[in-house]
Design a protein around this ligand. Structure first.
Ligand code: ATP
Ligand code: MG
Length: 286
């Protein structure tokens, strides 16, 4: 049996499903028996370790796992020296400060001398130090958002995505400390053999992520509009132009970025494009 790359993913929780999904989209089939701590891929030299999110940075630093899918915020909080290889586009959130909504907040100075509750003491400490603020930090492991209501703290520092948890607890977000998303991280001293496996995995991940960010577009246009339309369509290269059976008309094919999408569609219609079709791309090999 040859060398295998060991990847840690969250055992249960917010990142688990999307972590396994991206491996699957990379064509990697894993034997996912219930309650397993370890599983091997059938068709790729990869072993999956299911671990607690908050333990993952330590395991990767120690080399128990070679790589992992973990929230960048956890890597920062745990202050581990890992290589962040690729952002993965899910589990997006921000670490933010919040105060009761009736507080007349007028800037960072408000926090001086206050009590703050958080599950992320290192990240908070660093933020406070950078801003020369002197606060008392209460570390609690969960339900941080109730701390002000029960008189435990004047404010909190917690992860926020939609903000609905803060809202429900009568809190207002006032400062952003950092932004985070799930990312692929690696131990800094991976063997050459494992590095080669990692390169293959990364290549697949980048193709999967690029495909998610792009759409295939087809449209029809009168031949005299083609030049105008090509100016609007950025594409990977230049668009494919093919004659239609209908005289004087062509079909154009190209790739557009998700973020440009609606702007491009509006311009295309103005330029005389008809029968516009947008198709998802499954993999995009870069
Ligand atoms: P463990 O797996 O060690 O029990 P946990 O209980 O903190 O850790 P989860 O709550 O499943 O794990 O996931 C927390 C992670 O999910 C965060 O570290 C962050 O990267 C990500 N995340 C995304 N949005 C949010 C959010 N709104 N609140 C909390 N975490 C979020
Ligand atoms: Mg948990």
């Amino acid at each position: 049996m040859g060398e295998k790359l060991k990847i840690a993913v969250q055992k249960s929780g917010r990142l688990k499903e999307d972590s396994l999904k991206i491996l699957k989209e990379c064509g990697i089939s894993i034997d996912n028996g219930k309650d397993q701590l370890k599983a091997s891929a059938f068709n790729f030299p990869l072993e999956v370790l299911y671990l607690r999110n908050s333990d993952i940075p330590q395991y990767v630093e120690d080399g128990v796992a070679d790589i992992a899918i973990v929230g960048e915020n956890v890597v920062i909080e745990k202050q581990k020296e890992l290589d962040v290889l690729q952002k993965l586009g899910f589990s997006k959130c921000r670490l933010a400060m919040a105060v009761p909504k009736d507080v007349d907040y007028n800037g960072l100075e408000y926090f001086n001398g206050k009590k703050l509750a958080t599950s992320y003491p290192n990240s908070l400490r660093q933020f406070l130090d950078t801003n020369n603020l002197d606060c008392e930090i209460h570390e609690i492991s969960g339900s941080v958002e109730i701390a002000p209501n029960i008189g435990l703290a004047d404010g909190i520092c917690d992860l926020v995505s939609s903000g609905s948890t803060l809202f429900k607890n009568g809190l207002t977000e006032v400062e952003e400390i950092l932004v985070s998303e799930a990312c692929l991280v690696a131990n800094k001293n991976i063997s050459n053999l494992k590095s080669a496996i990692l390169d293959r995995l990364l290549f697949r991940m980048k193709s999967v992520l690029a495909a998610k960010n792009n759409k295939y577009i087809l449209l029809n246009a009168p031949n005299d509009k083609i030049d105008d339309i090509i100016k609007v369509l950025p594409g990977m290269n230049s668009p494919t132009v093919m004659p239609l059976a209908k005289d004087g008309w062509s079909s154009l094919h190209s790739v557009i970025t998700e973020s440009d999408f609606w702007g491009v569609i509006d311009q295309l219609k103005l330029s005389g494009a008809e029968g516009i079709l947008i198709i998802p791309i499954q993999k995009m090999v870069l």
